[in-house]
Write a protein that binds this ligand. Structure first.
Ligand code: BGC
Length: 361
């Protein structure tokens, strides 16, 4: 009988422990904050997530940090789970925000405030605030970099250029692209920039899910089709570092050599690999968006919505998501090239010098 009771107690303890385990494992929790980010391939999202988690945990919140790995259904079920587990606030950087309408409505019905992180949530009123970078500004910085390096203001040219844009379902891709063309379109019109492929429309130059492979294939095709007979590409306007890796592969396969006839390649995100490529001359520049700053702004928004106060906002006009103009905080992007990449990234502690000199990602 004694033995039997001991077994019963053990079973009870196990069940109890399992229940606790669920609570302490990022699920139902009295001060749970849910965060879902698009993927881990683009390395910045890992920094965004880690930093938000760290800041929130320091303040005593419990964080469920998820990555959707570019899978729309996975992101829907992540948000659904966060709602089920009673999240107090949900931070979303959408894979494709137009597919999240139902689950965001569900959050709203459950009185859970949602904050759009980096990417705007379109077509919904179930979003309180938007924390991001000046994405049009990112494109302007890329355009101006090319303008300066090619001496376009001084009337130099003609140069052969090709354009790439981000994913059509990411509002940021449109903003970045509008910044690029605001600066460079006048030079296309004047004939200082020539686009041998003829592809400048967003629908032709966009890259689904910002995929390196998709971009590389398109570049392979462009080089094979429009750069026959020794024609050379002088600049490729590339919307983020990862797409730049694909463009670089394609150029190398076609025989271009860094330091000889390598074109100017732009980028965004200041990934470790891109920083190394800038130092080696493979990429010309990247636009650095300090994810630590963005994470901090977002955490301030979370606290404000939970405390019923107003967060710091610096834009109330730019982000019409087709339902309303979402109040936003825009952080400032910074250009990095070989002259300042190490100083800024290592100097600010974004990366260590050892990481920059290693092979890690
Ligand atoms: C972000 C970029 C990122 C891209 C691909 C965009 O929404 O603003 O920083 O490179 O998504 O993940």
């Amino acid at each position: 009988m004694k033995k039997f009771s001991a077994v019963l107690i053990a079973i009870f303890m196990l069940i109890f422990a399992a229940g606790c385990g669920e609570n302490s494992g990022g699920r139902s929790h009295s001060n749970l904050i849910g965060i879902t980010l698009p993927d881990q391939t683009v390395r910045r999202w890992i920094k965004d997530g880690d930093h938000m988690k760290e800041l929130l945990e320091k303040k005593g919140y419990h964080v469920d940090l998820e990555y959707a790995e570019n899978n729309i259904d996975m992101q829907i079920s992540q948000i659904d789970d966060m709602i089920k587990h009673g999240a107090k606030c949900i931070v979303v950087s959408a894979v494709d925000s137009t597919k999240l309408l139902d689950v965001l409505n569900k959050a709203k019905k459950n009185n859970i405030p949602v904050i759009a992180y980096d990417r705007l949530l379109m077509d919904t009123d179930a979003v309180s605030y938007y924390a991001t970078f000046d994405n049009k500004g990112v494109g302007i910085l890329m355009g101006e970099y090319v303008e300066n390096k090619l001496g376009l203001k001084e009337g130099k040219g003609p140069y052969n250029v090709e354009f790439f844009a981000g994913s059509h379902d990411d509002n940021n891709a449109h903003f970045v692209n509008s910044g690029v063309f605001e600066v460079l379109q006048p030079y296309i019109d004047k004939g200082q920039l020539i686009v041998p492929s003829g592809q400048t429309d967003f629908d032709l130059i966009c890259t689904l899910r910002w995929s390196q492979e998709v971009a590389q294939k398109r570049m392979d095709h462009i080089l094979a089709e429009y750069y026959k007979d020794d024609k050379k590409v002088d600049a490729v306007i590339v919307p983020n570092d990862r797409i730049g890796y694909g463009i670089g592969n394609s150029l190398a396969n076609a025989g271009y050599k860094v330091g000889e006839n390598w074109p100017l390649i732009t980028g965004q995100d200041a990934e470790l690999q891109a920083a190394r490529y800038i130092l080696s001359g493979r990429h010309a520049m990247t636009v650095f968006k300090d994810t630590r700053v963005l994470a901090e702004k977002c955490v301030n928004m979370i606290e404000a919505v939970l405390n019923g106060t107003e967060p710091e906002i610096n834009d109330t006009t730019s982000f019409d998501n087709h339902k309303f103009v979402v109040p936003a905080y825009l952080c400032t992007p910074v250009v990095l090239d070989k002259n300042n990449v190490k100083e800024i990234l290592v100097g600010s502690g974004y990366y260590t010098e050892a990481a920059l000199e290693s092979n890690e990602n």
